[in-house]
Every structure is written in C-alpha cells, then in structure tokens.
Design a protein around this ligand. Structure first.
Ligand SMILES: [Zn+2]
Length: 138
C-alpha cells in the first residue's frame, strides 16, 4: 500500500471503524440460506428436423434448465426441471451472496492487517487486494 504515514491515533480510529464494519458483515453470514455450487443456464435448442418450427430462431425448443459445476477439475452438467431449477437458482444466489460477504471480510481483514502491522512498524504480507470489480450477472 502506498498509504501516507498515519498517526497512531488515526490508525487506531481506522482500525476501530474496520472492526465495527467487520462485525456488521459477519452478521450476514448467519442469514445465508442453503447454498449450491455451479451455475444455471436457460437453454433453447433446435432438433435439426428441417420441418420443425425450431428452424426459426424465435421458435426453438425450451426453455431447458441446465446446472453446471466443476468436480475434480471436470465440468459436469445436469438437466433440471423448471421446478427444480427454481430451487437451484435460489441456492446459487445464496452462494453468491455468501461469496460476496467473504470477499468483504477478506478485504476488511486485509486493511485491518495493514493497520495493525503498521502500528508495529512492520509491513503486511499477502496478496494484493483486488480492485473493486463488479461481477457480471451470470
Ligand atoms: Zn424442433
């Protein structure tokens, strides 16, 4: 961090603020519902029959719901019913919420670590904090 030298009092203030934020973020962990790995895709297909309505791109078959996840390095996909897809959609949204909370905890912890070690005159070691990135809706 290329942070200007901060006074001990300022570091302490910032650390207190970070601790409060951290406690607040942690309460959101308790609110997370069931989670599921992977992602859900809504698919439309054409069957290849030249006389079928699906020749028209707007008239393809579907929607079909497909769950995709990684298992020991391999991509696995399963077709889901619309009813089950609604459940998985909720669980996946919960997992993304959990991941967002964890990312905030990581970020706050990193800042706290920097302040704590700065007051001891030592550098903080660890991966650089990523710049704020917006997750694209998938
Ligand atoms: Zn067709």
């Amino acid at each position: 961090m290329t942070e200007r030298r901060l006074s001990k009092a300022e570091l302490k203030r910032r650390l207190q603020r970070l601790s409060r934020d951290y406690e607040k973020v942690k309460t959101r962990l308790a609110e997370v519902g069931f989670i599921c790995e992977g992602s859900l895709a809504e698919l439309y297909t054409s069957c290849g029959n030249p006389n079928c309505r699906c020749r028209n791109p707007d008239q393809r078959h579907g929607p079909y719901w497909q769950l995709t996840w990684k298992e020991t390095g391999k991509t696995v996909t399963r077709r889901l019913s619309a009813e089950d897809a609604a459940l998985y959609r909720e669980w996946i949204a919960n997992r993304r919420q959990l991941e967002a909370v964890l990312e905030q905890m990581r970020d706050l912890s990193r800042q706290a670590g920097e302040y704590i070690l700065t007051t001891k005159g030592r550098p903080f070691h660890g991966p650089q904090r990523p710049r704020r990135r917006r997750r694209s809706a998938t």
